[in-house]
Design a protein around this ligand. Structure first.
Ligand code: NAD
Length: 500
């Protein structure tokens, strides 16, 4: 059995906990490797390695740090096929989607290549007599990232790309379900020229997460995962004096107005609801047609379209999506389908019991479609995170607007319409963090920022773009006056200085 080790101080480190997690091949349902689960001491080793590298890296000038990012982008691109296959083999998403996962991460690396510009401070000359004021952004020190299984390429790069470019050193605790790509990325950062210890990877579970959140030398933690854990991470990290951003789960709605381009809507919806087997925080698992006619039309077309979706192994170039990540996750998604039926929703297409010939033990689920889903149902209120699309009918624009606005999650939302004024009004009033207008998965480009509202995110600074630079740095402001014989000596002042 292959073991997946920690990567600390530029070296592979075999863990000593004697505890392991199974890494599955979701296509076959077989265990393909085991990943070590770190002890508190091993987490401390990673932090000490990052601490030892900090001073040198923080004082490396920003152009040199940016050059490492340029080179990292090149080496990842050169190994795109290898990385995408590795990613798919543990996650189960199809190869083209794994390339997309890595590519979205590289877009944040491209942003990080421009870090000298983003790090420029502010300067005011003559803020008072002979006084200049300037501010600078400085790295925090050792910082950490804790990532979910569903984007093992993109999300680690969101975090360490910006954090390392601004001068921090990093400890990554990736998902134990698909840990190999994060380790390869750390090896490639080393190959790209980052010094040993700047990027460390420790594998693990709650023991490792808690050790990072309570470690006195870790200054900031970025987390992405499910909401209950995000909330826990936010509270524990904040209690230990850390800066924390903790992104959680989602239930994104697609609002379809009667004037929408329905052909395009069907294409967008099937891709966004079923792509990656629905295991995306920015998937679109709820569709809200406005008016009876729109709803009936939408339902009919979805029922026609869904049988053309091909579920296959992740290496099948024709497959639209592959298996879900584990048997437990498959059971959970199927449990939500059963719950929807119990609650009285109408299951029009049932993806349970799907079996792929030759891969009967794989974690495959066919596409499912519900109609007559009501806002009071638990299967609507909670995240399913599988290939399940729920139709929630709305009588009016206002009723449709209220659904995502009142939902506990507030990650993304999309509206499909030809009306500029309706879309504009919707974007301004909806109580959700990221809005798509005729764009089903409104993940902002890397130089804007990514973040949700309500139970989708705890903490107040978003991922990547300038918000990422703010999260991973602290601002220092200097007020300076130099002795100058042309200026009269100032008297002692016993009151707070003001600029009159
Ligand atoms: P998860 O919450 O199970 O795991 C995320 C991380 O937390 C992993 O590294 C895991 O090891 C760790 N963890 C798990 N249980 C823990 C515990 N009890 N204490 C401390 N740490 C623990 O999430 P997941 O299943 O890997 O990922 C899917 C979830 O992530 C979905 O809810 C999805 O919506 C969310 N997600 C959100 C975003 C976003 O940007 N908001 C992006 C991707 C995924």
């Amino acid at each position: 059995m292959r073991d997946i080790h920690h990567f600390i101080g530029g070296q592979t480190l075999a863990g000593a906990s004697g505890r392991f997690g199974d890494v599955m091949d979701p296509n076959t349902g077989q265990v393909q490797a085991r990943v070590q689960l770190a002890t508190i001491d091993e987490v401390d080793r990673a932090v000490q390695s990052a601490q030892a590298a900090f001073e040198g890296w923080a004082s490396t000038n920003p152009q040199r740090r940016a050059r490492v990012m340029f080179e990292f982008k090149r080496v990842v691109e050169a190994r795109m096929d290898e990385l995408a296959h590795l990613l798919s083999s543990e996650h189960g998403k199809v190869i083209a989607d794994s390339k997309g996962d890595l590519q979205r991460g590289l877009e944040v690396i491209e942003f990080a290549c421009g870090i000298p510009h983003a790090l420029k401070g502010e300067y005011t000359q003559g803020a008072g007599p002979g006084i200049d004021v300037y501010s600078m952004r400085q790295p925090l020190g050792v910082v950490a990232g804790i990532t979910p299984f569903n984007f093992p390429g993109m999300i680690p790069m969101w975090m360490f790309g910006v954090a390392i470019a601004v001068g921090n050193t990093f400890v990554l605790k990736p998902s134990e379900r698909d840990p190999s790509v994060p380790v390869r990325l750390a090896e490639l950062m080393l190959e790209a020229g980052v010094p040993e210890g700047v990027l460390n990877v420790v594998h693990g579970d709650k023991v490792a997460v808690d050790a990072l959140l309570t470690h006195p030398q870790v200054h900031a933690v970025s987390f992405v995962g499910s909401s209950d854990i995000a909330h826990y991470v936010y509270r524990l990290g904040a209690e230990h004096g850390k800066r924390v951003q903790a992104m959680g789960g989602a239930k994104n709605h697609g609002i379809v107005l009667p004037d929408a381009d329905m052909d395009q809507v069907i294409r967008d919806l099937t891709g966004a609801a079923y792509g990656s087997a629905g295991e995306r925080c920015m998937a679109l698992p709820v569709v809200v047609p406005v008016g009876q006619k729109t709803a009936d039309d939408l339902r009919e077309r979805l029922v026609e379209e869904i049988p053309s979706l091909k579920v296959g192994v992740s290496t099948d170039a024709d497959a639209h999506y592959g298996p879900v990540v584990t048997a437990a996750h498959k059971a959970r998604v199927e449990g939500w389908i059963a719950r929807g039926v119990e609650e009285g929703a109408e299951l029009i297409v049932d993806g349970r019991g799907f079996s792929l010939q030759g891969h009967e033990q794989g974690f495959f689920i066919g596409p499912s479609l519900f109609d007559q889903v009501k806002p009071t149902m638990e299967s609507y209120r909670e995240e399913i995170f599988g290939p399940v699309l729920q139709i929630v009918r709305a009588e009016s624009f206002e009723a449709a607007l209220a659904l995502p606005s009142q939902h506990q999650y507030g990650y993304g939302v999309a509206i499909f319409t030809r009306s500029g004024s309706a879309a504009r009004d919707f974007a301004a009033r909806v109580n959700v963090g990221m809005v798509g207008i005729n764009v089903p998965i409104p993940v902002p480009v890397a130089y804007h920022t990514f973040g949700g509202w309500k139970r989708s995110a705890f903490g107040d600074i978003n991922q990547h773009g300038m918000e990422g630079v703010r999260f991973w740095t602290k601002t220092k402001t200097v007020t300076a006056r130099w002795p100058d014989s042309a200026l009269e000596h100032a008297d002692s002042s016993f009151v707070i200085p003001t600029m009159r």
